[in-house]
Design a protein around this ligand. Structure first.
Ligand code: FAD
Ligand code: ZN
Length: 460
């Protein structure tokens, strides 16, 4: 370790702007997936973009690798440092800089937590629609770097769709100032997209201008029991055509997940019998309080008449709505079985019924007693799988991966819909990206970070 570099970095950030290796809090190196726990050689806590630029310039010259980190809630082991890395965190860059009602935008520093952004938008009568379970801990810098998804993608898109400007710093310290509010800006390459979803490998995101939406004043939620996957797919088309832009979530639980929630999540009461093959949560949000609720009831009535829905409950009060969402969220809270490895694959909705049956068949051929559940944001083609194959689940995960990702490859799907590649899925990247695509990704990495100091070894 080059001590003069460490001293130089400490001087850039000043007192209170760093922690020595022996003082680093485990939350800055413990990985959510439990893959490793290596304390960084130095934890840097810069206070502004200029300091980050100076840090990167110094590290670039010294060939020193850096791991940027937000809330450390990522699920692919990307933000936790590797041996010999410096960690760069954003806990001193948590300012909401501006809410602009005329352009419906909010300008924030990278370290602001998602929930703070949601609340700030709400105070101004606006909505920042990105929402995920880690909202209280994850940061907007992490959300952008992973292009996070969540529950309302069907209506509002992924993080990529919710941002108009990004300021970032390149590996050599160059500041790329794209911090503007222009929704339309066709001046050649859309450079901000290079930083979104690239998991901290192409640059450090320092500030962003986010797109806000009008705040809905109506919300209705229904929970349906469905007899087969064809009907789930038909119900999606029906909901899209009858609810139009109001459709804000279409979440599906396979029976295995619904039964796990019933049995293994004590605080959740399931609303329907436990023997339907599929369960769907449909949500509508709109800006016409009176008419929206009628439209929703009418849409579900029609679905029942057409035989798409075998049973349904509709929630019209905040309490009832929360308790239906709690059933869906219960999929992440299954307890008492042991470690459940989690997957976030993407595929065409037409293949999903087959995928559910086939993946279970192949996994059971290897582990007859595996406990597994399928669920997901089916409106976006995204299926999650949770699985426990016994006490060795964690160490066996590559074997489970191979079975699941092989099927995804056969169906031309993606090994990651939301969580990214990080360290966990590196060897499966070629299942979803061609040689030519991976070569282009590597060329971009080489052009933007020739010495490989930003999150080395992640993605490829
Ligand atoms: P971190 O985990 O700290 O970092 C993630 C990646 O971004 C790393 O590669 C890191 O190096 C990089 N990075 C962080 N900040 C910066 C920066 N400023 N500049 C450059 N690179 C940076 N994800 C979904 O998509 N949808 C979900 O529904 C969802 N639900 C979740 C529920 C729970 C309970 C948990 C624990 C996680 C969930 N996730 C979900 C995954 C995770 O929350 C997201 O990936 C989130 O966007 C990560 O944000 P973070 O601030 O914790 O980033
Ligand atoms: Zn998800």
């Amino acid at each position: 370790m080059d001590h003069s570099l460490l001293e130089q970095l400490k001087q850039i950030v000043g007192d209170g702007g760093y922690r020595d290796q022996t003082d680093v809090d485990p939350r800055n190196y413990n990985d959510w997936m439990g893959a490793r726990a290596v304390a960084p050689v130095l934890l840097l806590r810069p206070g502004n973009t200029d300091q980050i630029s100076q840090i990167l310039k110094a590290c670039h010259e010294a060939g020193q690798p850096i791991a940027p980190q937000g809330g450390m809630t990522g699920l692919v082991s990307a933000a936790a440092p590797l041996e010999g890395e410096i960690a760069l965190c954003f806990d001193r860059m948590k300012q909401v800089l501006e809410v602009d009602p005329f352009t419906s935008t909010m300008t924030v520093e990278a370290g602001v937590e998602l929930q703070t952004i949601q609340e700030k938008a709400d105070e101004h009568g606006l909505l920042f629609p990105l929402d995920l379970g880690a909202r209280g801990s994850c940061t907007i810098g992490g959300n952008l770097s992973t292009n996070a998804g969540g529950n309302r993608v069907i209506r509002y898109g992924m993080t990529r769709d919710l941002v108009v400007g990004v300021e970032a710093v390149l590996a050599d310290g160059t500041i790329i100032n794209g911090l503007h509010k222009l929704r339309k800006n066709n001046t050649g390459y859309d450079l901000k997209q290079l930083f979104i979803g690239s998991e901290g490998t192409l640059g450090i995101i320092t500030r962003a201008v986010l797109k806000l939406s009008p705040k809905p004043n109506s919300q209705s939620v229904a929970f349906c029991g469905i007899e087969n996957f064809d009907k789930v797919a038909q119900l999606l088309v029906h909901a899209q055509s009858t609810l139009g832009a109001n459709l804000s979530a279409f979440e599906v639980l396979w029976r295995n997940t619904y039964q796990l929630i019933d049995e293994k999540v004590p605080h959740v009461n399931v609303p329907l019998a436990t023997d339907y093959p599929f369960y769907v949560l449909i949500e509508s949000m709109g800006t016409n309080n009176e008419k929206d609720a009628d439209l929703f009831v009418e849409s579900l009535g029609l679905a029942s008449e057409q035989g798409l829905v075998a049973d349904v409950v509709i929630a019209d009060t905040d309490n009832k709505i929360s308790s239906l969402w709690a059933v869906r969220d219960g999929a992440a809270e299954v307890m008492g079985i042991g470690y459940m490895h989690a997957y976030d694959v993407s595929l065409n909705i037409a293949d999903m019924g087959y995928f559910g049956e086939e993946v279970e068949k192949r996994l059971r051929a290897r582990w007859p007693d595996a406990v597994m559940g399928l669920f997901g944001h089916i409106g976006d083609g995204n299926v999650h799988i949770i699985i426990n194959v016994g006490p060795d689940t964690k160490s066996l995960h590559l074997e489970i991966d191979e079975i699941i990702y092989q099927l995804i490859r056969e169906l031309d799907g993606s090994v990651s819909a939301e969580h990214g590649i990080g360290m966990m899925k590196k060897q499966f990247l070629p299942y979803s990206k061609s040689e030519a695509e991976i070569a282009l990704m590597k060329a971009l990495k080489q052009a933007m970070d020739p010495d490989g100091i930003l999150n080395p070894g992640r993605i490829f």
